[in-house]
Design a protein around this ligand. Sequence first.
Ligand SMILES: Cc1cc2nc3c(=O)[nH]c(=O)nc-3n(C[C@H](O)[C@H](O)[C@H](O)COP(=O)(O)O)c2cc1C
Length: 120
Amino acid sequence: MGVDGHGWQPAGPSPAKELHAHSVDLLDVSTGGNVPKIRIPTGPGYQVPFAERIRSEAGLPVAAVGMIADARQAEEIITSGRADAVLLGRELLRDPHWALRAARELGAESRIPDQYAWAI
Ligand SMILES: Cc1cc2nc3c(=O)[nH]c(=O)nc-3n(C[C@H](O)[C@H](O)[C@H](O)COP(=O)(O)O)c2cc1C
């Protein structure tokens, strides 16, 4: 669902609390960039504060987005309790192997499906 104007410009109360009652398990908190006069301060993790706020106000599990490209940054967002998950968009287009690389960098076990493992 989309909620116009949440974040970069004033908006009404967030309906996030109500969504839990309607079987929504996880909210992907993303903001739009469609208002020409508003300058969005982009940078690594720039939309994370919105996820963090909705998580604390609505008590609903949230996923954070927004120029998350670094494995340690992604890990920190989750371990610090700012979000329950991170989702990557553009970085996965640049590097489709990001998840494997990040798992290796963070020392996590990653299991490559047998069908592919023999080839790698
Ligand atoms: C050009 C562009 C336009 C976008 N427009 C919207 C939008 O209108 N509404 C929205 O919720 N998210 C919008 N997004 C955010 C994406 O839906 C998604 O959350 C984001 O791309 C994921 O973050 P990342 O690509 O920085 O990893 C847009 C992203 C881009 C690159």
